[in-house]
Design a protein around this ligand. Structure first.
Ligand SMILES: [Zn+2]
Length: 476
């Protein structure tokens, strides 16, 4: 071998090792979002970044650098658009029996088209189907949000909701929790229609001893302090918080225990009993025990005004299966049957809940945005209702940033999923929503969606609209 050919061979070797070396280190990304305004939900800081996504995970966020050549399957220019974690609806229901299975499954599309990449299912009677959907969504066979579920609710005998687990003593409680644990539910949901105060508190204590996350309504026959002491992790709806803020809570509770008054009779009495010093103690107690509160203001507003709002032209009605719309009749009839006084009380209560929400927030109590959408909850449509809830939160005086935090950020923290979800940062799951406008200036911009990314899968707005159209056509 002459010197020249030896030189050539060496050069070739150097060049080859250079390329193979480069190949080793070059990562081909699935998606790069270029030049977007990334909203940091923790600080409220908006900064222009490129987001790199691979295998459904956010690999990194970096300051844009055009000189750097990067290989990616899809590079998407999102200049002047606003990027935040996919929304979480922290209170939804899948329910209504097997005849509504398809109708409930259709809700999954409504969540994704509204940028909701995770829902917290607060209990129903379709657990087996919900678990199957959850798995199909995870494997990419079904379009939908990540589902965290309580499975069936826990209540007393003959409770309001079909499929609930009935407890009447400590051994029932153990059996119910065993079954929920074998279902591998994400939290335990308690309901208050028939469960006794004692069994309610014992269920929370037993669940906490097993390390489970609990959330619930609260029977009016127990006090909020007792529920917090038992270890509840979240309180759904504000009735129970209001009860804990009333100076007359003990007296009203005794009346309820003696069955002299009922749940709705107690409401105006407790509202009148609201006392700031008691409320401040209650807020501090909630905060010190890390108890989250789910205000569900939008559904409260919707149900409080059923007597005067005409919903027949609601844009979302066309996406609802007619059998879902039939389930709306019960609450509508109850609203129409209510006395003038009851109707007035309900509206006053709704006003009061707005003020209460702001006070809770100001006291540092963690809030969760939840719509309570699902069958039977009249005109509280899956998807859009979460955005309406965010608007309601801002209407109370909470800042748009703080309202946004109550969705994905707090939702992930509450369910202890915040190592994977809730913020746009490296190693988190790539659940992302891209908006055309800045939601920090105007919360209604959360509805101005350009694109949704679910575990790295990109849904452009025209694809999302096609999904909506197909639902509308299905229901015609
Ligand atoms: Zn609910």
């Amino acid at each position: 071998m002459g010197r020249f050919s030896f030189f050539c061979m060496s050069m070739l070797f150097v060049i080859m090792s250079f390329f193979s070396c480069k190949e080793d280190h070059a990562i081909a990304y699935d998606v790069i979002l270029k030049n977007g305004n990334v909203i940091d939900l923790e600080t409220g800081i908006v900064s222009v970044k490129d987001i790199f996504i691979k295998d459904g995970i956010i690999e990194k966020l970096v300051i844009p650098n055009d000189a750097e050549h990067i290989a990616a399957t899809k590079v998407i220019d999102v200049t002047d658009q606003y990027i935040l974690p996919g929304f979480w609806d922290n209170h939804v229901h899948f329910r209504g029996g097997d005849s509504l299975l398809k109708a409930n499954r259709d809700f999954l599309k409504l969540y994704i088209t509204n940028g909701i990449t995770t829902v917290r299912d607060a209990g129903g009677d379709l657990t087996a189907a919900v678990m199957a959907w959850r798995d199909s969504i995870a494997s990419g066979d079904l379009i939908g949000p990540t589902i965290f579920t309580s499975g069936p609710k826990i209540d007393g005998p003959n409770g309001t909701w079909a499929g609930s687990l009935e407890v009447t003593n400590k051994s029932d409680i153990a059996i119910a929790l065993d079954s929920l644990q074998s279902l591998q539910v994400d939290f335990v949901k308690l309901y208050d229609s028939r469960i006794t105060g004692e069994n309610y508190l014992n269920t929370i204590k037993a669940a906490e001893e097993r390390g489970l996350i609990t959330s619930g309504h609260m029977p009016f026959t127990v006090t909020l302090d007792a529920t917090i002491s038992a270890g509840v992790d979240a309180v759904e709806h504000l009735y129970y918080i209001m009860k804990g803020c009333a100076a007359n809570e003990a007296a009203i509770t005794s009346q309820l225990v003696r069955k002299e008054i009922g749940f709705w009779d107690a409401m105006p009495l407790l509202m009148a009993g609201y006392t700031d010093s008691v409320a401040q103690k209650t807020f501090a107690n909630l905060k010190n025990h890390d108890v989250y509160v789910v205000p569900t203001l939008h559904i409260g507003e919707t149900l409080s005004y059923l007597d005067e709002t005409n919903h027949q032209n609601d844009a979302y009605l066309k996406y609802m299966d007619t059998d879902i719309v039939k389930t709306y009749a019960g609450r509508i009839q109850r609203a129409l049957n209510a006395s003038e006084e009851q109707t007035r009380d309900r509206k006053a209560l709704q006003q009061f809940f707005g003020v209460l929400t702001k006070s809770l927030h100001d006291s540092g109590v963690g809030l969760l945005a939840g719509s309570d959408s699902g069958a039977f909850n009249s005109y509280t449509y899956p998807g859009i209702s979460l955005h309406k809830e965010l608007e309601q939160l801002v209407k109370t005086g909470i800042s748009p940033l703080e309202a946004l935090k109550t969705s994905a950020y707090n939702g992930a923290r509450f369910l202890k999923k915040d190592t994977d979800y809730g913020q746009l940062k490296a190693n988190n799951i790539a659940d992302i929503v891209i908006l055309n406008g800045n939601p920090l200036d105007d919360i209604s911009q959360t509805q101005n969606i350009r694109m949704v990314i679910k575990e790295g899968a990109v849904w452009e707005i025209n694809n999302l609209n096609k999904q909506l159209e197909s639902l509308a056509n299905d229901n015609n």
